[in-house]
Design a protein around this ligand. Structure first.
Ligand code: MLT
Length: 411
C-alpha cells in the first residue's frame, strides 16, 4: 500500500477558509431565510474593469483564429507582460528589474507555497503570528516541523508574535534563521512596515545570509506616502529577498488567477558543498518543470491593468474597497470596538467585544448578525481575541453589516 506524506497528519483538520465555509454552510442549511453578509475570506466583489475585460476578450479572439492562436507560452510568462510590470510597477518606485527576474504565475498563494521547493529542509524558518496560514501549513507539509504544541505552534518554526502590544510589528529574531516570511501590507492585521523597519530586516538577512520571502499582494492598497510598496525599495534587498505579487486584490483577479514572483539575479543561496547557486536559476528550473505558464488571454488581461486607462479604473475600485474599510473602521470604533488596519490594507483587525474568544465571536456574529468574518485565532495563536473583517464586500452589504454589529454590540 502507498505510504502517505505523514506530515499532512500534523495539520489542523481543515484549511481556515474551507472550515469557515463549512460552518457557514451548516448555518445556512438550518436558517435558510437568513440574509448572510460575507466579510470573511478576502475575495473581491467588484467586476473586472472595462480595460481588462476588453483585453481579455481580445486574447480569447486571438485564440479563436489559426493565424493568432497560441499554444504553450513561456513557463516564465510572456516577456511583454514582464516588461510592463518592470516599467509600470517597479520603475516608478526607483527599482530596476530585468525581465528575467520576473516570473508570471497563477498567484501568490501557489508561489509562496512552491518556493519551498528550492530550499533545503534544514533551513530554520521564521513566520509571524498571526499569519496567512499558507506559510505555516506549507512548511508543515514539507516536513520542516514537528507536531504542534498546545497553542498550535509547530516545533521547529520560529514564531514572531504581532499583537497590539508591539503595534503588530514583529521583533527581529535574536537567533539565526534562514528564511523569513514577511507580508506587507499585512494580512491579517492590516499593519504596514516603514522603510526603517524593512531596512532592519534587510540588514538582519544580509548579516545572517537569510532570505526574506516578501508577500506584497496588498501593495496597491498603500495610501500613506513613504510606506514602501516593495522590499526592493530598500537598499541591499535584491541580495536577500524574493517578492510575491498578485493581480487578485489589485485588479479583481481572484477568479482569473495571475500574479508574479520576483527572484533577483543577485540572490544567491549556498549548496551542501558550500558552493554558491543563483536562486533565480533554481526558480526558473523549478517553474520549467512544474508549471506551464498562465493562459494567454489572462496575461493579456493582466497587461491591461497597467495601461493608462486600466490603471485609473483599477485605482477607482481600490478606492471603493478602501472607502468600505473606512466605513467599517469608523462605524465599529464609534460603537466602542477597538479596530486596527484598514488604512493601507483591505482588512480591519478588531479586538473581539467582551474579550470573547475569536471562534466564539465568529459563531455569535453569524448567529446574531448573520455576518461572516474570520476568527483571528485561525491565523495563529497570537490572533486569539482578535477578528478580521474584509473590506471587499459591496457597499450596501458593508453598511448593513456595520449597522447590524453596532446595534448588537454598540455601547
Ligand atoms: C484571505 O482572505 O486571507 C485571502 O483571500 C486568502 C488568499 O488570498 O488566498
Amino acid at each position: 500500500m502507498a505510504r502517505i506524506n505523514d506530515n499532512y497528519l500534523k495539520l489542523k483538520a481543515g484549511y481556515l477558509f474551507p472550515e469557515i465555509s463549512r460552518r457557514v454552510g451548516e448555518f445556512s442549511r438550518r436558517n435558510p431565510e437568513a440574509k448572510l453578509i460575507r466579510l470573511g475570506i478576502g475575495d473581491v466583489t467588484r467586476p473586472l474593469v472595462p480595460a481588462v475585460v476588453e483585453a481579455f476578450h481580445q486574447g480569447v479572439e486571438e485564440m479563436a483564429r489559426a493565424e493568432t492562436f497560441h499554444g504553450y507560452g513561456p513557463e516564465q510568462g510572456y516577456p511583454w507582460l514582464a516588461e510592463v510590470i518592470a516599467e509600470k510597477a517597479y520603475r516608478p518606485l526607483g527599482v530596476e528589474l530585468d525581465i528575467s527576474e520576473i516570473f508570471i504565475s497563477d498567484g501568490a498563494k501557489s508561489d509562496t507555497a512552491g518556493i519551498l521547493d528550492i530550499f533545503d529542509q534544514a533551513n530554520r524558518v521564521a513566520i509571524c503570528d498571526p499569519v496567512y496560514p499558507v506559510y505555516n501549513d506549507t512548511n508543515v507539509m514539507a516536513g520542516r516541523t514537528g507536531e504542534p504544541d498546545e497553542n498550535g505552534h509547530y516545533q521547529g518554526l520560529v514564531y514572531l508574535p504581532c499583537t497590539r502590544e508591539n503595534d503588530f510589528t514583529p521583533a527581529i529574531p535574536e537567533e539565526k534563521v534562514d528564511l523569513i516570511y514577511l507580508c506587507y501590507p499585512n494580512n491579517p492585521t492590516g499593519a504596514v512596515a516603514t522603510k526603517e523597519q524593512l531596512a532592519a530586516w534587510v540588514d538582519y538577512a544580509t548579516k545572517n545570509r537569510a532570505v526574506i520571502l516578501f508577500d506584497a499582494a496588498y501593495e496597491a492598497f498603500v495610501t500613506e506616502p513613504g510606506i514602501p510598496r516593495s522590499i526592493y525599495e530598500i537598499e541591499g534587498a535584491k541580495k536577500c529577498a524574493i517578492e510575491f505579487r498578485s493581480f487578485s486584490k489589485t485588479a479583481g483577479f481572484t477568479g482569473v488567477r495571475c500574479g508574479y514572483t520576483v527572484v533577483p539575479k543577485e540572490l544567491i543561496g549556498t549548496a551542501g558543498d558550500g558552493s554558491e547557486v543563483s536562486l533565480n536559476q533554481m526558480w526558473n528550473r523549478r517553474q520549467c518543470t512544474k508549471f506551464n505558464g498562465v493562459s494567454y488571454p489572462v496575461q493579456k488581461a493582466a497587461a491591461a491593468v497597467y495601461s493608462d486607462e486600466g490603471w485609473l479604473q483599477v485605482m477607482e475600485v481600490i478606492k471603493y474597497y478602501l472607502d468600505n474599510a473606512k466605513i467599517i473602521r469608523k462605524g465599529l470604533s464609534a460603537a466602542g470596538i477597538t479596530c486596527y488596519g484598514g488604512t493601507n490594507a483591505p482588512y480591519i483587525w478588531l479586538l473581539t467585544p467582551e474579550g470573547m474568544k475569536s471562534w466564539d465571536f465568529f459563531d455569535r456574529l453569524l448567529a446574531e448578525c448573520h455576518v461572516v468574518g474570520t476568527p483571528g485565532s485561525g491565523f495563529g495563536p497570537a490572533g486569539e481575541g482578535y477578528f478580521r473583517l474584509s473590506a471587499f464586500g459591496d457597499r450596501e452589504n458593508v453598511e448593513e453589516a456595520v449597522d447590524r454589529i453596532r446595534s448588537r454590540w454598540g455601547n
